[in-house]
Structures are given as structure tokens and as C-alpha cells.
Ligand binder design. Structure first.
Ligand code: GLC
Length: 421
């Protein structure tokens, strides 16, 4: 187990090593581009020692914003043949080569977070305010099903292969996907990555989007994959609340923002699966819940909805494995402790869950989760994700967001308990 000061030093070194000048890659080789929510986490890691660099990270991300407001999940700043699918497959239509889908919109929340810690940078936050509003408006226009936010590709949720997609994927026949060669399994063992079956469907959905030039109106009518998701709904709702706080500070109108908040508060109810007693995904095409308790289910406090509805589930799951919160309920038949989003613990999700718990007054649980994540990282390093049963590191190593949330949250030296800020 490394002591905290050594971990702080290592975390800073990882951010420096993954810095490509103005943006940070999640980790070399496996993910050699700029990813949307990874970058926002990177920013709060940089904020611990370099505020200017923190703002730049988010500004670079928004340079890739499309004219319709969408902020892509990957920006391909410099082509790297070690990653598939690249820009030629995605055929994004923005100012920088990109993917055609978005990712969990946590940027509004953390721009506010940066501004609170660095009030002198108000002009930089102000300059990001309109692009943030445009992005949120894109979600509310195209991805809004009665106030629940839907995705058109699993990768958009950031929880690529979680069991929530098993039902919707069973209904998809991935016709016309050309022969392809995966690169991810040359960097990470296959047991820790999604299966071929899933990859065929991921690529089929990319093909559908690329063929219509990522026309959201057309996709809404034609895609077989339209699923309302807690990661998207809860992070967007939370980020919208933070946009409201910024709007008030900047003396900008809040009526539209208030409408969005009210809509998503109502829409969150569509994700409440009363039978299973959890928030989960809702498959719009099939008209049914997916029935999985995931780590995203526990973002309800972070979004400020549902009161303590999830508390019993949280306590049950926290007691099942040595390290928590597992990405899939260990009692679910699809749980696999090493396979990506089907079981492993993700440190950055823990930070969001702990933030919500702490803000809702569950300070003991928030603190216990922080301590648990601190032990996990200091014993096992800055891996992409971890096996909940024993903490074994999995996926990519020297990972940006694990280093970043260490510095911003889990480190006993530099970390802040966000709910107490
Ligand atoms: C994987 C993760 C996603 C992340 C990306 C880069 O696709 O599922 O959440 O943004 O890798 O780290």
C-alpha cells in the first residue's frame, strides 16, 4: 500500500504523462484521444495544482462542439491507428473530427466547481456558459422522452457494456457491419473487455448514425436503440441545477433552465422501477424497464431526486463486496466482477455517488465510500476500474480519471469532500 503523499505525486505524474497539450487522453494506447467526461474529471485533477490548465481542458473540449449544440464523446485531435473505431468510421460533422454521440454531461457541474474555487476566472466560466446552455438544449430537444434523457448508443452513457443493454441488444440484428479488427483487446485482456456480440451491435449503431449524417430527427424515428438512462438523466439534471446557479451569478435569465429542471424532475419518475425498487434504464422501443441496479442508479442523490428511495439498495450492495460501488449488482445473474461495466468498481462514479450522498445529509455513508475508494486506489494503483471482490486492478493503467479523482476527492492531503465545500 502506497502512502498518500506518494499517491499524490503519482497522480500528478499520470496527469502530466497523459497531457497532450490542451487536452488529456484517458490513458495512452487504449484511449489515445480526448473523451468528453474523462476530460472534465481531468480538469478537477489539474485544478489541485494548475487552475489555468484545468480551464483549458474544458475549453478544448468545447472547441469540438457541433453547430446543433452537441458536444461529442470523442474528439480525434490527432489520428492514432491504435484505436478503433476512428474518425473514418464515425464520420462526425463538427469542427474537429469526432464521434457522432455525446457523453454524460457533467461539465456544467464542474465548471461551477472550478469557478467556486477560482472566482478570478469568472470570464472563462462566462465564456463557457452559452456553449453549455446550447449543449443542454440539444439534449432537451432531441433526447427528451417526457423528461427522461435517452441515448442512441450505449457508449453515450459512459457505461459501455452494462447489462442494461442486454435486452435492447437482443432485439438488434447487426446487419451490414463490415469485417473489422478490434484494437482494444490488443491492449487489455479479453475477459476485462466487452464481448464480440456487443461490439457487432456497437458498430451497427455507429453505422446507422453515420449513414444519416447524425441527423437526430431521423435517428429518433429509425434507430432500434433508444433507451432512457439514469447516468444521462441524473448528470444532466444535476448539471442544469449548476447552470442555474451560474446564470443567477451572471445575471442571465433562468426561465428556460427552470423549465428543464421541472421536466427532468418529472422525467426521473420514468426511470423508477417500482417492482424492482430501483432507478434503472427504460427501453423506449420495448416499453419496459431493464431491471438492473447499477452504480448509476445511485446518482439519484447527486441529481437531487427521489429522497432516500435508494438507501436500502445502497446499504445492501455496499455490504456484498469488499470494495464498492460495483457497476452491476453482485446479486444480478449478469454480474461479472472483472468485465468492465458488468461488475467492476469505477472510482469516478464513486466520487459522484459520494457527493450526492453527502449533500443529502448521509455524511457517514459518503465518508465511508470515500475511505473505501481511498484504500482501493492506494493499494491497487490508478487503474481504469477494479474488481470489487479483492480490488484487483483491471482495464487500462495510469488512468487519468482515477488519478484526477484521487487528487480532487479521495486523497487525504489534497482531496476535498465536495458536499462540505
Ligand atoms: C470507456 C468507458 C467510458 C470512458 C472511455 C474513456 O469507453 O466506458 O465511460 O469515457 O472508456 O475512458
Amino acid at each position: 500500500m502506497a502512502d498518500a503523499t506518494t499517491c499524490d505525486r503519482e497522480a500528478r505524474a499520470i496527469l502530466a504523462k497523459n497531457d497532450r497539450g490542451g487536452y488529456t487522453v484517458p490513458t495512452a494506447n487504449l484511449y489515445p484521444y480526448q473523451w468528453n467526461w474523462d476530460s472534465v474529471f481531468a480538469a478537477i485533477g489539474f485544478a489541485e495544482h494548475d487552475m489555468d490548465r484545468a480551464w483549458t481542458e474544458i475549453e478544448t473540449l468545447f472547441r469540438g462542439q457541433w453547430s446543433n449544440g452537441m458536444v461529442p464523446h470523442i474528439l480525434f485531435h490527432q489520428v492514432d491507428p491504435g484505436y478503433f473505431p476512428g474518425p473514418d468510421v464515425w464520420r462526425g460533422v463538427g469542427p474537429i473530427p469526432s464521434s457522432g454521440i455525446s457523453q454524460p454531461p457533467i461539465a456544467g457541474t464542474f465548471v461551477r466547481w472550478l469557478l467556486d474555487r477560482n472566482p478570478g476566472a469568472q470570464p472563462r466560466a462566462r465564456a463557457l456558459f452559452k456553449p453549455l446552455m446550447d449543449w443542454h438544449r440539444w439534449f432537451m430537444t432531441w433526447r427528451n422522452e417526457g423528461g427522461a434523457i435517452v441515448v442512441t448508443h450505449p457508449w453515450e452513457t459512459g457505461r459501455d457494456n452494462c447489462p442494461d443493454w442486454d435486452g435492447p441488444f437482443a432485439a438488434i440484428e447487426p446487419e451490414g457491419v463490415e469485417q473489422y479488427y478490434r484494437r482494444d483487446t490488443t491492449h487489455v485482456v479479453e475477459e476485462e473487455r466487452p464481448r464480440r456480440y456487443d461490439y457487432d451491435r456497437y458498430l451497427y449503431l455507429v453505422k446507422l448514425g453515420a449513414e444519416c449524417g447524425w441527423d437526430e430527427a431521423q435517428l429518433k424515428d429509425t434507430t432500434p436503440f433508444r433507451v432512457a438512462d439514469p447516468t444521462m438523466t441524473f448528470t444532466l439534471l444535476r448539471s442544469t441545477r449548476d447552470l442555474k446557479a451560474m446564470a443567477e451569478r451572471f445575471k442571465e435569465p433562468v426561465d428556460e433552465i427552470d423549465r428543464w429542471i421541472a421536466e427532468m424532475e418529472d422525467g426521473s419518475e420514468r426511470l423508477w422501477n417500482a417492482e424492482a425498487g430501483t432507478y434503472d434504464c427504460y427501453d423506449i422501443r420495448a416499453g419496459k424497464h431493464t431491471g438492473v441496479v447499477s452504480n448509476a442508479s445511485f446518482l439519484s442523490w447527486y441529481a437531487g431526486v427521489g429522497g432516500d428511495r435508494m438507501l436500502e439498495q445502497f446499504d445492501r450492495i455496499a455490504g456484498l463486496t469488499k470494495y464498492y460501488v460495483p457497476s452491476t449488482d453482485p446479486a444480478h445473474p449478469a454480474y461479472e466482477p472483472k468485465r468492465y461495466w458488468r461488475g467492476p468498481v469505477w472510482a469516478m462514479m464513486n466520487m459522484l455517488v459520494a457527493t450526492g450522498l453527502g449533500e443529502a445529509g448521509h455524511v457517514d455513508r459518503a465518508k465511508a465510500l470515500t475511505d473505501n475508494t481511498r484504500a482501493l486506489i492506494s493499494k491497487n494503483g490508478f487503474a481504469e476500474y477494479f474488481d470489487p471482490t479483492n480490488g484487483a486492478p483491471a482495464g487500462g493503467r495510469d488512468f487519468t480519471w482515477t488519478a484526477a479523482v484521487w487528487l480532487a476527492w479521495a486523497s487525504p492531503n489534497t482531496g476535498k469532500t465536495p458536499w462540505a465545500a
